[in-house]
Ligand binder design. Structure first.
Ligand code: UT7
Length: 332
């Protein structure tokens, strides 16, 4: 396989902040309940016409600038989103147009929920590794605030909106930045988190319209499943790669629930400074949460570059995945 280089990681979040206290205007809840159960204090929410494609485009522009890659040099755009403004055209095609790319490169979306970035990285690795493409933009962007039921206090407390973007290329120095990567799914428990497309029935066949849709989540089952599977999954991945947990500098996990992050931290025996968490201020931004945590961590100084990290995601599908990566100087 040809080696892959992570050239840049960037993020974009909406300006509007919705605090736990704000949510008490919608239903019977409290800052204390939400914070204790999830670690979340506030989240960013889009307003007006802003959507996942806009956030993704902003993150993509920043990532391309950071990488020093001209949009016209790209061979492929992959957008990971489970809360796009349109089912089609794909966010990736929209971003291709907005970046002013006139070459007919492929651009497509993938739906792997909160595992979206890791799935995108694995797909990119396949294309770069085989020599089919050399420069790939991965955008991970979600706008779940438009899909949740704002009367459902068990689910709507969790989500925030945001986007991340990563530029990956064939390595310029022969060093591979992906030390290990794996993605998995189990469709038999897909009912745990579900969004059914709204729509209409053909009046010649059935009289009734389909009910308006929103995200359904069985939070308890998701929680139990992830806490059971994820810590061992990451520990096994390290073992199979012949890497000791203490050789890795950071764990940058999907930001779904602080208690889930704590469970993985405990399994790996990591001190707090190795575990990157910003769930308190962004909530669960789904596919975007890992790139936001990474790029914002670098901005704040909690992640030092010239290091290694475990990135991991999990979510609807159920899907999950992890990547052990090199974080080179200058990528954020
Ligand atoms: O990326 C997607 C991945 N998703 C996740 O990782 C979600 C994982 N799951 C979770 O984070 C947790 O399940 C939640 C935080 C969503 C919920 O916590 P829980 O401890 O599983 O709560 P629950 O749904 O079992 O509800 C416990 C009680 C219920 O009251 P009763 O029936 O015991 O009287 C709920 O009605 O808490 C009540 N409740 C609330 N109370 C105050 C549920 N939501 C709220 C709320 N404020 N927002």
């Amino acid at each position: 396989m040809k080696p892959l280089q992570i050239r840049s990681v960037a993020y974009s979040v909406p300006e509007t902040v919705v605090t736990n206290q704000d949510l008490t205007k919608l239903y019977d809840t409290s800052d204390e309940w939400i914070y204790t159960r999830t670690g979340i204090k506030e989240r960013r929410i889009v307003s007006g016409n802003q959507n996942a494609a806009d956030l993704g485009y902003e993150a993509a522009q920043k990532a391309l600038a950071k990488a020093g890659v001209n949009p016209d040099e790209l061979d492929l755009i992959i957008a990971a989103s489970s809360a796009p403004p349109n089912l089609y055209p794909a966010i990736a095609c929209d971003i291709q147009a907005r970046l002013g790319i006139t070459t007919k490169i492929p651009a497509f979306d993938i739906t792997a929920a909160c595992s979206g970035l890791i799935y995108g990285m694995q797909i990119a690795r396949g294309f770069i590794g085989s020599g089919i493409y050399k420069k790939i933009l991965i955008v991970a962007t979600d706008n779940n605030s438009r899909l949740v039921d704002w009367e459902d206090r068990g689910t709507s407390i969790l989500f925030g909106d945001g986007a991340g973007a990563m530029v990956v290329t064939e390595s310029t120095d022969g060093v591979d930045d992906i030390l290990s990567i794996d993605i998995q799914s189990d469709g038999s428990i897909g009912e745990y988190i579900k969004y059914t497309m709204p729509g209409k029935t053909c009046p010649l066949v059935e009289p009734n319209d389909i009910e308006p849709s929103h995200i359904f989540m069985n939070g308890k089952e998701v929680y139990k499943f992830v806490v059971k599977v994820l810590p061992d999954y990451i520990a096994n991945m390290l073992e199979e790669s012949g890497i000791k947990a203490d050789e890795i500098d950071y764990l940058i996990p999907h930001q779904a629930n602080q208690r889930i992050i704590d469970a993985v931290q405990q399994r790996l025996g990591y001190p707090d400074e190795k575990v990157i968490s910003n769930i308190t201020y962004y909530g669960n931004t789904s596919a975007a949460s890992v790139p936001i945590a990474l790029a914002e961590g670098v901005e704040k100084g909690t992640v030092k570059l010239g290091s290694t990290a475990i990135l991991c995601g999990f979510g609807a599908g159920m899907t999950w995945g992890a990547a052990i990566v090199r974080l080179r100087e200058g990528i954020c």
